[in-house]
Design a protein around this ligand. Structure first.
Ligand code: AMP
Length: 186
């Protein structure tokens, strides 16, 4: 098979995966079009494809920890960690983690929010992949990057299932000096 045919197959599969993302207008508030990934998760082949596409990029890369962001990021992070044989670290909303934490704040449209990680989730020099479901403005992921940096982790890549390209969150992460990967682009 030529490279061209392979590229076409991959493009077709990504389009199929994209068709399984449901737009829910005005959720959780008026004016927001929520990208609902549950129809994709419901299909076994689709969930497997997503994890295979993302995970195959790390064969032989020596990734030690996959860090996922609450809550939909957990679904992807857990499966990815299992696939590539890495440990799993969870980044949570304030007050949810039982042990000692480090935290980072980020700004929302109105006000501020915070995320936390256990202080022993990542040790200095650990190779880390960060993952979440949606890249919108990049604010949440920027704070997650800050957490991993605070713990001295070595960020290999920052991954998303889907990216809202018109919000240009990618720029914010690239400016921090890390590669960004998204499987599906809107
Ligand atoms: P942001 O910090 O703006 O990049 O937003 C990313 C976080 O908010 C992710 O954890 C997403 O799960 C969630 N999010 C933001 N916008 C959407 C959207 N349109 N649909 C679904 N989730 C979203």
């Amino acid at each position: 098979m030529s490279f061209k045919e392979t590229d076409l197959d991959i493009h077709k599969e990504i389009e199929e995966l994209k068709s399984l993302i449901r737009d829910v207008p005005d959720f959780p508030k008026p004016g927001i079009v929520f990208k609902d990934i549950t129809p994709l998760l419901h299909k076994p082949w689709a969930f497997q494809k997503v994890i295979d596409y993302i995970g195959n990029r790390y064969i032989g890369a020596g990734v030690e920890i996959v860090a996922g962001i609450e809550s939909r990021g957990f679904l992807l992070a857990a499966a990815l960690a299992y696939k590539i044989g890495a440990g799993l670290a969870i980044i949570r909303k304030p007050g949810k983690l039982p042990y000692k934490t480090v935290s980072a704040s980020y700004t929302l449209e109105y006000g501020e929010d915070r995320i936390e990680i256990h202080e022993d989730a990542i040790t200095r020099g650990t190779k880390v992949v960060l993952i979440d479901d949606v890249l919108a403005t990049g604010g949440t992921m920027s704070a997650a990057i800050e957490l991993v940096e605070k713990l001295g982790g070595n960020i290999v890549s920052v991954d998303f299932l889907l990216e809202l390209t018109f919000l240009d969150g990618r720029k914010r992460i690239l400016e921090k000096g890390y590669p960004v990967f998204s499987l599906i682009k809107f």
